[in-house]
Ligand binder design. Structure first.
Ligand code: HEM
Length: 488
């Protein structure tokens, strides 16, 4: 069943953004692992975009791919208790930095932390944080105005913007702003030092088996922890100033026995929020800018909506429900380039799906990269068509087929936060600017922890004024120049 019907026949004029070459047939296990070490996106064969549920073996470990709404619902919703544990690779990669933080814990610790942290960034709290989002976007707007006509790296700019937003939200406007740069540097150094695939875990060796961690990584962790401890201590001294911030709510949070979070737990949870809530939204914004630059019809509709809803005033949270096309563009960007393109889990209990035994200890994957481009679920799966997500079409999409924020009890705790942030930032900036890809630049999606354009996204800033759908006369770089397109 297709979740989106369009009258655009194949050969439609909609833009097909780049994706890596697909393998003609399934590779050997070793080759798949070697490719995955370089880039998760490149390890898939053509047929993987048709599969619904499959089973294979990676050395000592059995692996299962859930690639249909039914199997995703089974694993992440109905049997979440059995598949809630993150894969050993992910725990190994993030545990030095995040300890028992919500993102990588499971069982009782996860339940307790989820109850304490999720309500603080829940949809009901967005009203407190939306002004911070818009203020940071306005500062970016002023910076871009000064850069008009020149080239900026939109990936770096988006990362700076979302880092400001998450730091100010978590630690309060002043403290967050003061520490944002240091925290970003620490986390991005960490990301460079960790190995994407822990081969020891794929081999099926147990958690206690010694794994090597570089001195650089350990030093890096110490530095990040020191910065987080320092900023948390400063925030505690200011806790009485009444400024809305996540950390003030975390100081007040209590578990079921009435106990507050201790120093380490506070550090772990603020680390989780920064890590989970910074790069994901930054990548979403960067991809959105790229897609808009290649689809002038979509861009014109966006401008028409912004002009009609906002005129020349800055958006507020109250405008978000009216920005339906803006939202559809962001959701389509999240479909084509899900920032977290692979969701790996370890089975902590034996289960069975349609007669197939899933033993305890096996690895199970939900892969938004595959699911969001699945040929049985989407018409023109590789095309950029935001209309899929307009309210009249949206309900045809199964919530288990579109999972940029995951699904089930472990769904992203900041999903509404992230989506609202992306809409408000895009609206504030697209009101005033069009961005154009630097001529000759090749865009290549790559996944190392998150999915982003490899080597950044150089684009030129063109100011636009109210009612000018095509402020820039520069033509978008045609998709055909990109060697990674295979479905023109
Ligand atoms: C567009 C932006 C975002 C995307 C695409 C995204 C996506 C995700 C995904 C896929 C997961 C589950 C990962 C897994 O199961 O392995 C997740 C978890 C999480 N996200 Fe987000 N996220 C975004 C923004 C945010 C923001 C802004 C915050 C915080 C303010 C946040 C906080 C969290 C937390 C705390 C978790 C762990 C939840 C748990 O394990 O119970 N995310 N996110």
């Amino acid at each position: 069943m297709s979740v989106f019907s369009t009258d655009k026949a194949p050969g439609s004029t909609a833009f097909v953004p780049p994706y890596p070459p697909r393998l003609p047939s399934p590779p050997s296990t070793l080759r798949r692992i070697l490719i995955a070490r370089r880039d998760f996106l490149e390890m898939w064969e053509e047929q993987a975009f048709d599969l619904e549920f499959s089973h294979s073996r990676m050395f000592l470990r059995q692996t299962f791919l859930c690639n249909s709404p039914e199997s995703v619902q089974f694993a992440f919703s109905q049997k979440n208790g059995s598949f809630q544990r993150k894969s050993p690779q992910m725990r190994y990669a993030l545990e030095p930095l995040l300890g028992d933080g919500l993102f990588i814990s499971d069982g009782r610790t996860w339940r307790t932390r989820r109850k304490m942290v999720a309500p603080i960034i829940h949809v009901s709290k967005i009203r407190e944080f939306a002004p911070i989002m818009v203020q940071a976007a306005i500062e970016t707007r002023d910076r871009w105005a000064a850069a008009a006509g020149s080239s900026i790296d939109v990936l770096a700019e988006s990362a700076k913007l979302t880092a400001e937003i998450i730091c100010r939200t978590v630690f309060g406007s002043q403290l967050g702003h003061n520490y944002a740069e240091q925290i970003v540097r620490g986390f991005s150094d960490y990301q460079h030092s960790i190995d994407q695939i822990d081969v020891t875990s794929f081999l099926g060796l147990p958690d206690w088996f010694p794994r090597w961690r570089s001195g650089r990584l350990r030093k890096n962790v110490r530095q990040i922890h020191a910065v987080l401890d320092e900023v948390i201590a400063s925030a505690r001294k200011r806790a009485s100033d009444g400024e809305p911030s996540v950390i003030n709510h975390l100081f007040e949070a209590r578990d079921e026995k009435g106990r507050p979070l201790n120093r380490k737990a506070l550090r772990n949870e603020t680390g989780v929020l920064f890590m989970a809530g910074h790069e994901t939204t930054a990548n979403t914004l960067a991809w959105t800018w790229y897609l808009l630059s290649q689809a002038s019809d979509v861009e014109a509709k966006l401008h028409a909506e912004l002009d009609a809803v906002l005129g020349s005033r800055t958006p507020t949270l109250n405008d978000v429900p009216q920005l339906v096309y803006t939202r559809a563009i962001v959701e389509e960007a999240l479909r084509l380039y899900p920032p977290v393109p692979i969701l790996p889990r370890e089975a902590i209990k034996e289960e069975e799906f349609h007669g197939v035994r899933i033993p305890k200890g096996s690895l199970l994957f939900v892969v938004p990269w595959l699911l969001h481009r699945h040929r049985k679920l989407w018409d023109l799966p590789d095309h950029f068509i935001p209309e899929r997500f307009l309210p009249e079409n949206r309900e045809k999409i199964s919530k288990f087929a579109y999972v940029p924020f995951s699904i089930g009890p472990r769904i992203c705790a900041g999903a509404t936060f992230g989506l609202t942030e992306a809409i408000l930032c895009l609206a504030t900036l697209a009101q005033k600017f069009q961005l154009r890809l630097k001529p000759g630049h090749t865009v290549k999606p790559v996944c190392r922890l998150t999915l982003r354009p490899e080597g950044g996204l150089p684009m030129t800033v063109h100011p636009r004024t109210l009612g000018s759908p095509q402020a820039s006369t520069e033509t978008p770089v045609p998709a055909a120049v990109c060697p990674f397109n295979h479905a023109q």
